[in-house]
Design a protein around this ligand. Structure first.
Ligand code: HEM
Length: 347
């Protein structure tokens, strides 16, 4: 059943006191920043991950004979899906690629039948999965995110969120997670990515990851240009097909692998990641102006989803309205329709 908000929650989730107020405040703050950053008449970009290196054409091929506990949603049967994969930098500023940053992947599968969770896009034929280049998130929940956001609006480096006046309230785990996410990379195609926050695999919480099938030692260019990540992808895909393993880590116990605290790593010793599909990116050119503009118009959200892969936990509940409002804002501001792709797009 499509839902008009992520509430009520699944049996795996617990709503933190004050959460709905905090979520409303995140939406308000993000929208306020969008209005300031993109006044009427300017071209609006995403509030987060505004810079993309490109969107590439791919296919996701589900493994044969998967064990029953993985055979849900898009992994229920052995088949393949067309996909658009958007590679991005996380910062809200469009900046040169050598600046340490979180690196994002939006994976959009097409030709996915079945009702989706967003009430205004229940008939969409797409299923999205979002990933970042680190496995744990830097805030616990929407309330902490509000505090982080308010401080970031004031201070360019939001040290006060992590290390305030009272050392007993220092957020060292958050600081470590944030530092480990913001890194330099040589090539987005040779990096591993994680969902950081859980989602359902049928009726069981899980986290997912994309891991390059071949690990390559790549080095940063001696004098990196502002867009060297796009150039690295472009020269690799000019001659070489690349693959990622799509991995799933099922929750083994809810205490050490919590749904409501994405700062905590789910130990692989308790539950290893298992390959469920291959993401195949064929040789291609992807950086024509038309295709780069297409990447700008796409909207990725973890809530473009079948109920079998429902996003879980407070951070995901917060993302429900944030992604939708931002996407509506930028499409209205830019005068382009919000439409899910079919995979038949040609450039
Ligand atoms: C409270 C937490 C979060 C907030 C408020 C937030 C906010 C946003 C916003 C506003 C966008 C731009 C959406 C658009 O304009 O269409 C975005 C994009 C994105 N976010 Fe988040 N995010 C959060 C957590 C996360 C987490 C945990 C991940 C982990 C995978 C993530 C991964 C991404 C990625 C990969 C994109 C780019 C998608 C694309 O290519 O369009 N975000 N986020």
């Amino acid at each position: 059943m499509p839902i008009s908000s992520p509430y009520p929650v699944t049996r795996h989730e617990t709503i933190a006191p004050g959460e709905e107020r905090a979520v409303a405040e995140v939406v308000r703050l993000v929208m306020e920043r969008m209005h300031m950053q993109y006044p009427a008449g300017t071209r609006a970009k995403r509030d987060a991950h505004p810079k993309h290196h490109g969107v590439v054409r791919a296919t996701l091929e589900v493994e044969p004979s998967l064990p029953q506990e993985y055979r849900f949603g898009v992994f229920a049967a052995q088949r393949s899906y067309p996909a658009w994969v958007r590679f991005s930098n996380g910062s809200g500023e469009v900046q040169p690629d050598h600046v340490p940053d979180g690196r994002g992947v939006g994976l959009k599968l097409m030709d996915v039948a079945g009702s989706k969770l967003l009430d205004d896009e229940a008939d969409a034929m797409t299923q999205d999965f979002l990933f970042i280049n680190h496995d744990v998130f830097f805030v616990k929940d929407a309330k902490d995110y509000v505090e982080f956001f308010r401080i970031s609006l004031r201070d360019k480096i939001p040290t006060k969120f992590f290390l305030g006046l009272n050392p007993f309230k220092w957020r060292l785990k958050e600081l470590k997670n944030a530092k480990n996410t913001r890194v330099q990379i040589a090539n987005p195609l040779n990096t591993q990515y994680w969902s950081m926050v859980p989602l359902l695999m049928g009726d069981r919480p899980a986290k997912v990851s994309l891991r390059p099938t071949i690990s390559r030692a790549t080095v940063l260019p001696a004098q990196p240009g502002p867009d060297y990540l796009r150039e690295a992808m472009s020269s690799q895909l000019a001659t070489e097909e690349l693959c990622f393993d799509f991995l799933v880590q099922l929750q083994a116990d809810s205490r050490s692998m919590p749904v409501e605290d994405p700062r905590i790593r789910w130990a692989e010793a308790r539950s290893p990641y298992r390959k469920v599909a291959t993401l195949r990116i064929p040789v291609q050119r992807f950086d024509s102006p038309a295709q780069m503009a297409f990447a700008e118009q796409l909207s990725y959200t973890p809530w473009h989803s079948l109920s079998e892969h429902r996003p879980l936990g407070g951070v995901n509940r917060c993302r429900y309205n944030v992604y939708r409002e931002i996407s509506r804002f930028r499409h209205t501001a830019n005068g382009v329709p919000r439409r899910e792709p079919t995979g038949d797009e040609q450039f």
